[in-house]
Design a protein around this ligand. Sequence first.
Ligand SMILES: C[S@@+](CC[C@H](N)C(=O)[O-])C[C@H]1O[C@@H](n2cnc3c(N)ncnc32)[C@H](O)[C@@H]1O
Length: 226
Amino acid sequence: MEVIQIEVTDNEAYDNNAKVFSGGLNKTQVKEYYDQWVEQYEKDLAPGRYNGPAIAADAVEKSFPRFKEKVTVLDVAAGTGFLGVELIERGYQHLHALDPSEGMLRRAQEKNVYEKFFCEFLTEDKLPIKADTYDCVTCAGGFGQGHIPSGALRELLRITKPGGVIVIVMREEYLNNEDYKNCLEPLMQELHNTGKWMKLEKSIVPKYFCEKEGVVYRFRVLHQRL
Ligand SMILES: C[S@@+](CC[C@H](N)C(=O)[O-])C[C@H]1O[C@@H](n2cnc3c(N)ncnc32)[C@H](O)[C@@H]1O
């Protein structure tokens, strides 16, 4: 029997992604959407069309160019593990993954790039992770409506070692959505102004998702319990 390969068009991929980032879903519905999207996700958001994981991995590498084999990294909103694969290819060896979707994490597990998994939502609440655990905490594509709330930045700070780096990569236009407008960047700035972290980078990058631009943030953690 002839197998017909159906290619996903940019428009279809864009629509599938828009459904979960539209702001109409609560966090349980977002998780359920990802649970059933897994297979198609890897086609819709394949490298080339969605470049967030490679962009985040480059930003991690810029922060930790040496002794990569010693760096402990938490991949927040790890999904199916695209970023884990990018990090392993760059020489990082100690990767943990956090995501609320069992379906996405199961796929990530198959890639054999993570040592540990946390099936959790990142919110303002305490994660089951000790303070000062990671050298690097990174997140590609986890910030968007109905996804990670602005206040969760404080939790990222708590679990990162002083001197460590937090890397966040997201679609630039999401900064203007209801969840983040007047909220996400002001909190980033407040954490900088109060000496909790130091902003190392904010840059706009092309072709984050299709023709949409991305934004890359890097923060050096200073004294999170001041
Ligand atoms: C667009 S995917 C990005 C996945 C992966 N980082 C990548 O770049 O392919 C967004 C991921 O965020 C996860 N997510 C949604 N809400 C979250 C939350 N509050 N905390 C952590 N992850 C969340 C979803 O389950 C999904 O796997």
